[in-house]
Design a protein. Structure first.
Ligand SMILES: Cc1cc2nc3c(=O)[nH]c(=O)nc-3n(C[C@H](O)[C@H](O)[C@H](O)COP(=O)(O)OP(=O)(O)OC[C@H]3O[C@@H](n4cnc5c(N)ncnc54)[C@H](O)[C@@H]3O)c2cc1C
Ligand code: FES
Ligand code: FES
Lengths: 781, 480
């Protein structure tokens, strides 16, 4: 470049895009016009092949015959990949081994990949994949948590957290209760299914476009299955059409298989799963069974809790260790447990390996304790909200240490709940609902306020790090790259806002570039809600480095004190002089100042000693609460959510529009998990609900007509997070528990709240009706 | 060949596999990748595109699912996709409202929502929340929780400017009319398969007689699933949608005669005027996209045990006119279904029209659909009731259920238990008990057999409660 680009001198208007503004999603205009490119939309090389897996049709068995002759002869078929063709490693377990890339001898779930066929079109590959002749020696399959537990068949050892002598506390408490509750799994139902496109490179390398939350892991596994160095593999993710945890580890297999076929054929290969196969062959939220014994007093205050949480993990460990841990970490929700014994079991079943899903076990743990609170409320005759308040963590009386030893430092839950109780008119509505129910034999209303306290950080310590890369070009435009992936949560937007703020430039001058393993290496998954905490800080670090260099340069060049170089509104003042950002950048370039920088961040303060089951696994907690009101039909079990009020803590919001979007979307998704989203497996271990026709996520009419969402004002994070914001990806999902509790509350009115309903999740109309019928029967006897 | 407009450009296609869906045509053949595939089964709306058709000198816009529409069904229509909305750098008011309301997160559902909203804006002078929700019921979003999308739907009217489609409407109308007036045969063939759309009843009847293996494809909302999900290849497709007789609703004074190829969206207002209780059922039958395509003939022809129209039509006492060549016979809907997916339809025979008797004075008609989700879900149980009470006694009753047996079926024992009895709480219990003689439902992922039995009985209670004067509502959806 000989001459520098001309720069337009902008008015000093104040940069558009600093944190705190409700800015639009950086891709919004591309979303609405169909211009946003997803993995399957990339222009592939003209000779691209389409790969499709052949899936097992038993849940457990020995593979005795795999005859692929008719597959090979099918129209359009170019090649077939079997296990024998894998040059490198064949296990793609992300943390522990256990996930064979294709079945070796033993099939461990219905839908496991047996082979992959590559053909000239998607249709012919799909058709061919169905033609294999397969025989199995079928073995008995464990399909339920009970079956696995009975055999002590676990994918990972159990873990116990204890404080004090729970047994004794329960025994000596004035009142005790025991019970159990099950919660179902949840299909991610990201609108964009799993997809990868692999293009062979020179030196045996591979370029991978994939819809993945964890490009680095994809890179590592592609390298391992190909038997090449990580440095030869580049993974690119511009955006995903939703992920929710379902593309954290479960995106890898498809990228690996496509890469293997690309290597084998020497051609670009695309692998995209059709919805039914996506739902069959990829993991879901863990279903859970929890058993509890709790001791408490007439005031509803808990004295001791003995809780066993068993997660149905499917056939392999995947991330189940950390997921069941997180369930255990959230079995207190917002409540102080003076004495507790909490066990977590990772139960093996012959079903697809369950995986990360927004909340990562937290929701399951929280549901267990909220059910216990409800049970205590019925027994004591207290309103459940009163029971909740009496058990909240508080700074006084030493009630501020969790059962795993972390001190609660920011006591937000009580004031937040009080605010919501008032703003939602909880008490008046409780009154009017009681009156309504007395006079209404068929329709019953229910109301519930439930809190959320959610720990932020990866509980695996080393994942709490991030990198970023910023380039400033000589026209003043900026490219921003970081290790986080964009799945709709607005991460790119927020991180760009951070950079805009640091450099005091317009958001429009920053281009968010696709996440790529050759730009920022060794990244963590975009998960655990930590995306903007980690990547925002890393990008800030990078921006600061460039800013510092520019300040040093300007101060030296113009002979002013560094303190007199100020960035503001797309401009830089250097003493009495003023330049546009681009002008200063050009001067710096000519004076050979580097205009590119990497940034890095690692979360301070956190540790967890698993042997002692104690530590500070979370940097901080995010809080929220929701009040839901429902009406149920006791003849059919049908119901409707009438009104929802939410108050949620996001610290000092980086982008209120994005945050409200996360709160609302998370709530609705949590509500879906607990209401209409029911996964049903046949006795043969085949998933029967394999499409959107049979698996019902909330539709537009399920969103409460009266939906009032507030971000808790004036509540900066006490920790030094990016602009004192808080993570928001996962916590709101658990606000959906209020709907389940409200349904439970409505059902309880059938027996005038004298008896505690038994309501497993999801509370489908059928379960609601059964719970009503059961209560009526118990009430009579 | 088939002829249609891709936005403003006329497409003439003769040689293309007729099993190709509009979605694959767009994404694979034209590389217009703005339209997304989320499910390929009509359930998510990510693939929503808009069709404009010439009706009574006007363009009628409707949203459809591209993923389950065979390409041949585009003949004579204008196809509008998300790429067509933006003019230069200027977003369409619908798109702008979505941006302004933060209506997209991951953006994958967004093109589909934009197109549903575009069709809504073209068909409604002003927005109202209820009809907007109905229009968006077939579009799933997993990210937003929908609130901002609904806001955008209300806000898109704020820019009350016309759009490029208004400007070109006359030209489009003329082109579509000229396509329609051309009498060339409408056919498509490729990959050893063919698609044929006869223009007369006689022609359709003879074509079906001559090609007994041919499959009728009306809205394709059922048939296409055999292709996209079952991966079946259907060699010969016959489209009845261009036959005038099958496309009309006739009021004979005593009955509505609904042509088999009339879509829900076209016949529902007339049917619901006669039977207001049908409105809720039809609103919940599939999604608007499905109702814009799906036909009554297809619903009956499909013979699903969980089809929603059959129980209602059986309770009403509707008849079918069946045609085979020149031979025509009339069969009661009730007698049409024989056993699981088996009907009285003979080879080469098809449903020509459905005769729905008008509501009779003094009769009560109710139909209740129970499913996991309110919108766009398949019934666990669907119960339809026609009742005449004279002097406090049940003087006439017809009850039919879907989801309770291998075919949609009448509840004769239950009816017998009610007939002649007082219409009182006391006679509901024996009627509920009698249902056990009528049905032994199955358990599946939608519901257990026990639940189905219990709900079927409880719907009788609901019926009783709803017929009591001045009774408060007992339906959650009506409760506000
Ligand atoms: C997402 C989705 C949701 C749905 N929801 C519902 C629902 O809630 N309730 C419900 O009842 N249905 C539902 N359906 C099923 C379907 O939409 C309806 O049954 C519809 O009415 C079928 O009409 P069609 O014109 O699309 O039929 P097509 O798919 O064109 O045809 C269906 C079958 O009927 C045959 N057929 C068509 N016309 C005739 C004729 N004139 N004579 C004889 N046979 C004929 C065809 O050969 C084919 O076998 C749903 C479908 C989808 C994809
Ligand atoms: S892709 Fe889901 S409805 Fe068409
Ligand atoms: S924005 Fe992601 S599915 Fe709607």
């Amino acid at each position: 470049m000989r001459s520098l680009p001309s720069v337009s001198v902008r008015e000093a208007t104040g940069p558009t895009g600093s944190p705190g503004q409700p800015l639009k999603h950086e891709s919004a205009h591309k979303h609405v016009s169909g211009e946003a490119i997803y993995t399957d939309d990339h222009v592939a090389p003209p000779d691209v092949l389409h790969a499709y897996p052949g899936l097992s049709s038993v849940a457990h068995g020995k593979l005795v015959k795999l005859d692929l002759e008719s597959v090979r002869r099918a129209p359009g078929v170019i090649d077939i990949l079997t296990l024998a063709d894998v040059p490198g490693q064949t296990d793609i377990g992300p943390v522990y081994p256990g996930d064979p890339i294709m079945v070796n001898e033993r099939v461990e779930f219905w839908g496991q990949v047996l082979f992959v066929v590559a053909a000239t079109s998607y249709d012919s590959a799909r058709r061919a994949a169905r033609l294999a002749v397969v025989e199995y020696d079928t073995l008995p399959a464990d399909l339920t948590i009970e079956q696995g537990l009975a055999k002590q068949s676990l994918v990972r050892p159990s873990h116990i957290q204890r404080r004090g002598d729970a047994e004794c506390a329960i025994r000596e408490a004035p009142l005790t209760l025991e019970g159990e509750i099950r919660s179902g799994g949840q299909e991610h139902m990201y609108l964009e299914g799993q997809a990868s496109l692999c293009i062979p490179q020179e030196d045996g390398g591979m370029y991978v476009y994939t819809s993945s939350q964890h490009p680095t892991e994809g890179q590592k596994l592609v390298a391992q299955v190909l038997g090449i160095a990580m440095g030869l593999v580049t993974v690119e993710v511009r955006r995903m059409g939703g992920a929710f945890g379902g593309k954290e580890t479960h995106a890898n297999q498809w990228a690996c298989l496509a890469a293997l076929l690309a290597r084998k054929t020497g051609r670009a290969v695309k692998l995209r799963l059709a919805r039914a196969d996506d739902m069959t062959a990829t993991g879901k939220r863990h279903h859970f069974m929890s058993k509890y014994r709790v001791g408490f007093d007439r005031n509803g205050q808990i004295h001791g809790l003995d809780l066993s949480l068993s997660g149905g993990c499917g056939m392999s460990p995947d991330l189940s260790d950390a997921i069941v841990d997180r369930a255990m970490f959230h079995a207190d929700n917002a409540y102080f447990l003076p004495a507790a014994h909490i066990e977590g079991h990772r139960v093996k079943t012959h079903t697809v390996s369950n995986t990360a899903f927004r909340g990562f076990g937290g929701p399951q743990g929280m549901l267990a304790i909220e059910n216990i609170i409800e049970h205590i409320a019925t027994t004591t005759g207290l309103d459940a909200l009163e029971v909740r308040k009496r058990n909240f963590y508080r700074a006084e009386d030493g009630r501020d240490i969790t059962h795993y030893g972390q001190k609660i430092e920011q006591h937000l839950i009580a004031p937040l709940v009080e605010r919501l109780e008032r703003s939602s008119g909880y008490q008046q509505r409780r009154q009017s609902i009681q009156e309504f129910n007395v006079g209404s034999p068929v329709l019953k209303r229910g109301l519930s306020l439930t809190p959320v306290k959610f720990g932020i950080s990866f509980t695996v310590q080393h994942l709490n790090q991030a990198g970023a890369l910023i380039h400033v070009y000589t026209d003043g435009s900026i490219q921003l790259n970081h290790g986080g992936t964009e799945m709709g949560q607005g991460l790119y937007t927020k991180v760009a806002q951070v950079v805009a703020q640091e450099l005091q430039v317009d958001l429009e001058s920053i281009t968010c570039t696709a996440t790529r393993t050759d730009k920022v290496p060794n990244t963590s998954p975009t998960a655990a809600s930590a995306g903007s905490d980690l990547n925002g800080m890393a990008a800030r670090d990078a921006a600061n480095k460039i800013k510092t260099r520019l300040i040093e340069f300007a101060a030296g060049h113009f002979g002013v004190a560094a303190g007199r170089v100020r960035f503001h509104s797309n401009r830089v003042s250097v003493g009495e002089r003023e330049f546009s950002f681009a002008e200063l950048v050009q001067m710096a370039y000519v004076q050979r100042i580097p205009l590119s920088a990497t940034g890095y961040y690692s979360t301070p303060k956190i540790y967890y000693d698993r042997d002692k089951a104690s530590g500070r696994p979370f940097y901080y907690f995010a809080y929220g609460a929701a009040v839901s009101e429902v009406v149920i039909d006791t003849l059919t079990g049908e119901y409707k959510v009438l009104r929802v009020d939410i108050c949620h803590d996001v610290g000092r919001s980086l982008n209120p529009a994005v945050d409200i979007g996360q709160v609302e979307g998370g709530f609705v998704q949590g509500m879906g998990w607990l209401t209409t989203e029911e996964l049903v497996w046949g006795k043969d271990g085949r998933l029967e609900t394999t499409n959107a026709a049979s698996y019902k996520i909330p539709a537009v009419g399920d969103t409460p007509a009266d939906f009032r969402v507030e971000l808790l004002p004036d509540s900066p994070n006490v920790e030094a997070t990016v602009f004192h914001s808080k993570a928001v990806g996962e916590p709101p999902l658990m606000l959906g528990i209020s709907v389940w509790c409200a349904l439970r509350n409505a059902i309880a009115s059938v027996a005038s709240h004298r008896l505690s309903p038994v309501l497993d999740a999801p509370a489908t109309p059928e379960r609601v009706l059964n719970a009503c019928t059961d209560l009526r029967r118990r009430d009579c006897s | 060949m088939i002829r249609f407009l891709l936005n403003s450009v006329e497409q003439l296609i003769e040689d293309l596999d007729p099993n190709t869906t509009v979605l694959d045509y767009l994404r694979l053949h034209l590389r217009r990748t703005g339209t997304k595939e989320g499910c390929a089964s009509g359930d998510c709306g990510a693939c929503t595109v808009v069709l404009a058709e010439a009706r009574e000198d006007q363009l009628r816009y409707s949203a459809i699912n591209a993923c389950i529409t065979p390409i041949g069904n585009l003949h004579g229509k204008q196809l509008i996709t998300v790429e067509d909305l933006k003019q230069g750098a200027v977003l369409h008011p619908v798109q702008q409202a979505m941006v302004d309301c933060h209506g997209s997160q991951c953006g994958f559902c967004t093109p589909g929502f934009v197109m549903s909203m575009f069709a809504y804006r073209k068909t409604h002078a002003a927005p109202d929340r209820e009809s907007l929700l109905e229009a968006l019921g077939g579009n799933l979003c997993r990210c937003t929780g929908y609130r901002p999308i609904v806001d955008a739907g209300m806000q898109m009217y704020e820019a009350d400017t016309g759009d490029s489609f208004d400007a070109s409407a006359d030209a489009v109308l003329n082109t579509l009319k000229s396509i329609d007036s051309n009498t060339d045969e409408v056919f498509l063939s490729g990959n050893h398969k063919s698609y044929f759309a006869p223009r007369s009843l006689a022609h359709l009847a003879s074509a079906l007689l001559e090609n007994p293996e041919a499959r009728l494809v009306a809205g394709a909302t059922d048939l296409a699933l055999e292709m996209t999900q079952g991966l079946e290849e259907i060699d010969t497709l016959l489209y009845p949608g261009l036959v005038p007789e099958l496309q009309t609703v006739r009021d004979t004074g005593t009955a509505l005669e609904i042509g088999a190829a009339v879509t829900y969206s076209q016949f529902s207002s007339q049917l619901c005027a006669e039977y207001p209780e049908m409105a809720e059922l039809i609103e919940r039958l599939g999604s608007l996209q499905i109702r814009n395509q799906g036909t009554l003939g297809g619903n009956i022809g499909n013979a699903s045990p969980i089809g929603d129209m059959a129980p209602a039509l059986i309770a009403i006492g509707a008849d079918l006119v069946l045609r085979r060549g020149d031979a025509v016979r009339v069969v009661a809907v009730e007698d049409y279904f024989v056993s699981y997916l088996v009907t009285v339809l003979q080879v080469g025979e098809f449903i020509e029209r459905i005769i729905v008797p008008k509501a009779r004075a003094g009769e009560i008609f109710k139909v209740y659909k129970v499913s996991k989700r309110w919108e766009d879900d398949i019934s666990a149980v669907c119960g339809a009731f026609r009742l005449r009470v004279v002097d406090g006694k049940v003087a006439g009753v017809a009850i039919a259920f879907g989801g309770m047996a291998e075919i949609p079926k009448r509840a004769h024992h239950c009816e017998q238990a009610m007939l002649g009895q007082a219409w009182a709480e006391s006679s509901i219990t024996p009627a509920m008990a009698a249902l056990a003689q009528d049905f032994t439902p199955i358990s599946d992922f939608r519901a257990s057999a026990d639940y189905r039995m219990q709900v079927a009985g409880n719907l009788l209670q609901r019926l009783f409660l709803e017929t009591q004067p001045g009774a408060a509502t007992v339906r959650v959806r009506l409760y506000a």
